[in-house]
Design a protein around this ligand. Sequence first.
Ligand code: CMP
Length: 149
Amino acid sequence: HSERTLVLVKPDGVQRQLVGQILARLEAANLSITALELRYPEQRHVEQHYQEHQDKPFFGPLVEYLTDSPVIAAVLAGEDAIHTTRRIIGDTDPANADSETIRGELGVDSMDQADDEGRALRNLIHASADPEDAGREIPLWFPDHEPAE
Ligand code: CMP
């Protein structure tokens, strides 16, 4: 069934000029962009976005990472959009992600390295994990986005 998901190209993806490649891969999977904006999110906004991680040791560094330089926020729509997007993105840790996924092919960081250095894992992209997350994240980033029919 048709659904929507929230995608962020994180600061490392924007800085490394991978926005076009990342969005092209999602569009190639028959997903359509229904909202897209370059954003400089406030700390409070990122804290809300990642509220489920607020008790994790990497929460502070994660908020710093996402507020350090601009991100691309987008809503992608299509058949099975949430699962399809997660599959194309690959494992959270680029070092473990399949080589044909976005994080596997384009990611250069690893969880071990990030944890060693006490900073957030730079894994290029975020996508909603499930319908509940998508339902919370889409209005957080795009309050005027039309609700799914
Ligand atoms: P994401 O899938 O957007 O969800 C939470 C983010 O926190 C994750 O991508 C990484 O950027 C970061 N993250 C997750 N686990 C760790 C970890 N163990 N150490 C540092 N950063 C992490």
